[in-house]
Structures are given as structure tokens and as C-alpha cells.
Design a protein around this ligand. Structure first.
Ligand SMILES: Cc1cc2nc3c(=O)[nH]c(=O)nc-3n(C[C@H](O)[C@H](O)[C@H](O)COP(=O)(O)O)c2cc1C
Length: 235
């Protein structure tokens, strides 16, 4: 009988001990719960990360904006080179140079054009003859010193017979524009940009070309500035 009570007390003891264990397990649950809480924190962390991402995005945007703002500086040293017979293009080239803080250089024909040379309705005038001959390269007086120093070059000209005057071909062939950022702009009585930009691009295929622009005669400095902004050269 004593043996029976002894065995029974052992069983009772074992029972309580095992209950105690399961209590411990239950106690661990909150720990799991805590880890759930941790899990709950995770999304928050993700949210934080999301926020951080947004922050990052915002920062990127800010950086981009800053980049945009800095773009004029990133363009390095800028040259505005222009040919102008009657002064319309010259005025806009001056505006561009002022707006960009750029150097300004005139493309001067070695043999200046006369009124006779540029009689639009005379099919035999010099300007028309040059236009008709794709190999024509009217000579330029002087050279631009140290073209290598310029990272960006704006090339300006009037429209003659729907295109850039041949002297612009001479100009393009006179320098190595590889690696530079280039664009052209022109003035005309009514013709559009036409093939002028594409034709000049052929002389510097390894340059980075920005979108060209044709201006009406008498366009304002503000209009020039808007174009410069639109192609990322000015704010
Ligand atoms: C020889 C010659 C050809 C021209 N051909 C055109 C033409 O095809 N289309 C046009 O709209 N204007 C034409 N024009 C007008 C000029 O493009 C316009 O007056 C331009 O603004 C002149 O610029 P500049 O003063 O810088 O020389 C021509 C002018 C000249 C002298």
C-alpha cells in the first residue's frame, strides 16, 4: 500500500512538473508575441524604409533639381559662334552669350558679302551660287583661339535658301568638335529650321547635339532664354 501511495505521489509530482513546463511554453508565447511585435515593427521599419525611400526619392528629386540648377555649370566653358550678314542673328547670339556668360565669336567671311552677292532673286549671285554647290567652302577670316577649351558651342546663322549658308560648312570643318555639346540656332524671314541643323550635325557626329531652334527676326532675349532653358543650358 505504501508503495502505491509512493507511486501515486510520483505521478502527481510528474503531472505538476509537466504543467509547469507548459506554463513556461505559454510564457514564451508572449515572447513570440513580442517577436510578433517585432514583426509588427518590421512593417513599420519597412514603412520607415518606404519613407526613407521616399526621402531618398525626394533627395534624388532634390539632387536632380540641384543637378538641373547646376547644369549651366556642368556645361563648362561655352562659346557662341555666329555668322550674321545683316545683324539679326548677331543680336540673338549676343543675348545667348549674355544669358550663358559665354564667349562670343563672329564667323567673318574672308571675302565680305556685298548687296550684290546676296540678291535673293538673282540666281547667279554669290550666295545662290555657293548654295547650289555643296562643295563650296567660303573662306573664314581668322580663327577661334583654343577651341579645345570650350565644352559647349552654340552655332548661329541666318537661313539662306532654306538652309545654313555654306560658310557654316567651312566653320564646321575647321574645328574638332568631338566630345563637345553643340547646338545651332538661326534667324529667318519666314523659313523654318529646315535641314540646316541636320546638315551641320553631319560635320560633328561624335558631338552631343541639343535641339536646335529657329527664331523670328527681332525675337527677344527672353525667348532666347526660354529656348536655352528648354535644352538645359540655362535655368
Ligand atoms: C542670300 C539670302 C538668302 C535668304 N534666304 C532666306 C530663306 O530661304 N528663307 C527666309 O525665311 N529668309 C531668308 N533670308 C532672310 C534671312 O534669313 C533673314 O533676314 C535673317 O534674319 C538674316 O540674318 P542676319 O541678319 O543675321 O544675316 C535670306 C537672306 C539672304 C541675304
Amino acid at each position: 500500500m505504501k508503495k502505491f501511495w509512493f507511486v501515486l505521489s510520483i505521478l502527481v509530482l510528474v503531472f505538476f512538473v509537466s504543467c509547469g513546463d507548459s506554463d513556461d511554453e505559454e510564457t514564451q508565447q508572449p515572447a513570440d508575441g513580442n517577436s510578433e511585435t517585432e514583426e509588427n515593427t518590421e512593417p513599420e521599419e519597412k514603412d520607415d524604409a518606404g519613407e526613407n525611400q521616399q526621402d531618398g526619392e525626394e533627395q534624388e528629386t532634390e539632387e536632380e533639381t540641384t543637378d538641373d540648377n547646376q547644369e549651366p555649370q556642368e556645361t563648362g566653358k561655352i562659346l557662341v559662334a555666329y555668322f550674321s550678314y545683316t545683324g539679326n542673328t548677331k543680336l540673338l547670339a549676343q543675348y545667348a552669350a549674355e544669358l550663358l556668360g559665354a564667349d562670343l565669336a563672329e564667323i567673318v567671311p574672308a571675302q565680305p558679302y556685298t548687296a550684290e552677292d546676296t540678291e535673293y532673286n538673282n540666281p547667279d549671285c554669290r550666295a545662290r551660287t555657293e548654295y547650289n554647290d555643296p562643295a563650296s567652302r567660303p573662306a573664314i577670316s581668322g580663327t577661334i583661339e583654343n577651341m579645345a577649351q570650350y565644352d559647349t558651342v552654340l552655332i548661329a546663322h541666318p537661313i539662306w535658301y532654306g538652309d545654313a549658308p555654306r560658310i557654316m560648312d567651312t566653320f564646321m570643318e575647321s574645328y574638332d568638335f568631338s566630345g563637345k555639346t553643340l547646338t545651332t540656332f538661326c534667324t529667318s524671314a519666314q523659313s523654318p529650321l529646315g535641314p540646316s541643323a541636320e546638315n551641320l550635325k553631319k560635320f560633328a557626329t561624335s558631338a552631343t547635339w541639343l535641339e536646335s531652334r529657329r527664331f523670328e527676326i527681332g525675337s527677344s532675349k527672353e525667348q532666347v532664354g526660354e529656348w536655352l532653358s528648354s535644352i538645359g543650358l540655362a535655368e
